[in-house]
Design a protein around this ligand. Sequence first.
Ligand code: BGC
Length: 495
Amino acid sequence: MINQSRFEQPIKKANIYLIGAVAAMAGLLFGFDTGVISGAQEFLFQTFEVGSRSSALRGFVVSAVPLGALLGALVSGFFAKQLGRRKSIMMTAILFLVGTLAAAFAQNLGSVVFGRLLMGLAIGISAMVVPMYLSEVSPAKVRGTIIFLFQLAITLGLMSAFAINLGFAEWIHDTATNWRWMFGMGVIPSILLFLGMAWMPRSPRWLMLKGRKDEARKVLQYLLGKTDVSDCMEEMEESLKHEGGRDWGALFRKPLLPLILMTFGLFVFQQLSGINAIMYYGPEVFASSGFGEKAKFLAQLSMGLINVLATIFGVWVIDKLGRRPLLFIGFIGMIVCLGILSFCLASNGAYPSLSLSSTLLYVVFFAISLGGVPYIMMSEVFPLKSRSAGMAIASCANWLFNMLVSFSFGILVDKLGGMEHVFMLYAGCTVLGLIFAWRYVPETKGRHLEEIEHNLYEGKKPLRYLGNPVDHKEFEQPLNAFLKKEEEALSCCKN
Ligand code: BGC
């Protein structure tokens, strides 16, 4: 039964933040492995003599990671449910390690592609399972902050990739080996992720799903720092009564279908905002804005740094301001910045400083909103029994549209006749995203996962109001009626 006092429980913050930091190591690898190719590709293609005309082959090497990630997202629900959240993350650490070694020691391009596909597979699985695990071990008060740590780790990974790219390109001129070192750096976080996760607790909600109540109780006692956790156990048992599980059809009916569409849509708009056109093709964009050879890499690195700093701000405010206000501020800021960037690009490099500042500000607005909120939303709104499947579908949107945007960028620049038009197109998509968020995204700040689930089933609340406080009367009336009936039945027996 849902009871307000439960949300005032003491939290063992140190435990939660430690878990957040270890699991988020997967985010670091996500950012690093997607970002490192922007610097490594030039040397890699020189080593294997891939000419600039073999654009399909080049494109295939670059997009092997998003392709692997799409496959990973497709199977992520299966692993999260069968193997469990913690073991699935440990499995991705092994995939990250093997993929990194295969790419770093590759003797031909095929092995590089194989290694990058494995890395992608690991990214696709972990980008779904890590936020899910974090949402299931964190108390409502700090849940947004903890999941946002995953996004922070992605940005740290991207920034380290940009820094390593610049360092190796500038100071290590042995083109036959420097790309191997660039890839190889991923070995350290992979080992740390594996060892760290081996010490972390399992998700109590997954344990309940598997009927392992005693273990779930122990984990809750550890997380909450108290021995009496019966109220939380009761809530989780309550949520297991809802439909879901093997019933895939339920995902495409009410009340789950709107959740699928909302989380899927958030990732579509995250990618259509053009963030990865800037992350993956940053140096080219800066060159078109009038930057020189070295300056374009420095500009990319400063963008990586700003991304990290703004995400730290996001981590700090997400559970104070809430998801919706951050989304709106972010969307509006991004639209304005994309417009200014497009103007700068149209003026043929006449305003390099304005173009750099609008790009950096765009990244700030992305980082505090669309960067983390889709991951948070997909981990919060799905009921326990359908969580794996629902989140897997939302993650597919992430990778499908990531591939679409990163693959189509060059083609669109040619077809539309310049980068300025492509960025205007992203601005248009972001306007649609703003309207979408306004109409459909709920505010879930401070809500317990089981409260959200209660609002969905018993409360029958529309999508937008899923995060509203639970109407206790609405829950207590049927319960009181039930208790009265029981009492009557008992008194009949006594008589
Ligand atoms: C997105 C990535 C993007 C990164 C940039 C993440 O939320 O899913 O595609 O590269 O943010 O910080």
